[in-house]
Ligand binder design. Structure first.
Ligand code: SF4
Ligand code: FES
Length: 268
């Protein structure tokens, strides 16, 4: 299968970037997006050309390192799926083609080995994520947000028994749903305002639901919201963030930011 890739190249944060077009002739529908980039990098290295820089770690949707923009969509055309889990078999032929969401064998047949697929791959785009090189962006703005909400209570003594602190099943499940955020930053890149409310709300809601997190709830909310306002855009509740979130974080996370902010304002 032939894949034509328009890929963003940028030598340094200060340099002007540009798109380069490359072709991978021997791609297969089973390849993931990152495997396609690996294949392209092999070709470039064989030709003595500097490989394309991109990030990845787990390659199974757990770490959030791999986010890129594919055909104008953070992570790629398959909704709620991180870049490393986007497979060529699910993409429609030609750039901008609708994704084929049936990722089974019939979808592979749909994009057969004679197909031509066109992809445009660029970094996650946001003022909060400056490009470091090629497809790699600096997402330390998200780290600073986490740092602002850091949990610093220290309880000394022996380790508590596992059943010392009972948490209701529903609260535990809901907290885990919010804890599923992998910190990829796609929500920020998808937001026309560059807001990080979905990310921040996932952290705030996760901790506010658990007894351990209640100790610093007010301080945390104030610090996170200050950091949010300082480095990211305002939320207008467009909901674009939810569409691209690979962890399925719901829009109620955004509501949690507003709720925690209001609560902190009354209690500070
Ligand atoms: S909320 Fe979703 S899109 Fe945003 S950083 Fe977390 S996992 Fe990624
Ligand atoms: S490489 Fe870890 S989520 Fe994609």
């Amino acid at each position: 299968m032939r894949v034509e890739i328009e890929v963003w190249r940028q030598d340094s944060p200060e340099a002007d970037g540009r798109f380069e077009t490359h072709v991978v002739e021997d791609a297969t529908p089973e390849m993931s997006l990152l495997e396609l980039l690996d294949r392209l990098n092999d070709q470039l290295a064989e030709g003595g050309v500097e490989p394309i820089q991109f990030e990845s770690d787990c390659r199974e949707g757990a770490c959030g390192a791999c986010g890129v923009t594919v055909n104008d969509t953070p992570h790629g055309p398959v909704p709620q799926t991180p870049s490393c889990r986007q497979h060529l078999r699910a993409f429609g032929p030609g750039r901008g083609g609708s994704p084929n969401l049936d990722s089974g064998s019939s979808a592979s047949a749909n994009l057969d080995l004679g197909s031509l697929l066109k992809l445009r791959i660029e970094p996650l785009r946001s003022a909060a994520f400056p490009v470091v090189r090629d497809l790699v962006v600096d997402r330390s703005s998200l780290d600073r947000l986490i740092q602002a909400g850091g949990h610093v209570d220290v309880t000394t003594g022996t380790a508590p028994d596992a059943d010392d602190l009972l948490i209701g099943h529903d609260d535990a499940e809901l907290a885990l749903d919010f804890a599923a955020c992998i910190g990829c930053g796609a929500c920020v890149a998808a937001c026309p305002n560059g807001a990080a409310h979905l990310f921040a709300g996932a952290k705030l809601a996760h901790l506010a639901l658990l007894p351990h997190g209640k100790l610093e709830r007010t301080r945390r909310a104030g610090a996170v919201v200050d950091q949010l306002d300082g480095e990211f855009g305002p939320c207008s509740s467009y909901g674009e963030c939810v569409e691209v979130c690979p962890a399925g974080i719901p829009l109620t996370a955004v509501a949690a930011v507003h709720r925690e902010k209001l609560r902190a304002a009354f209690r500070r």
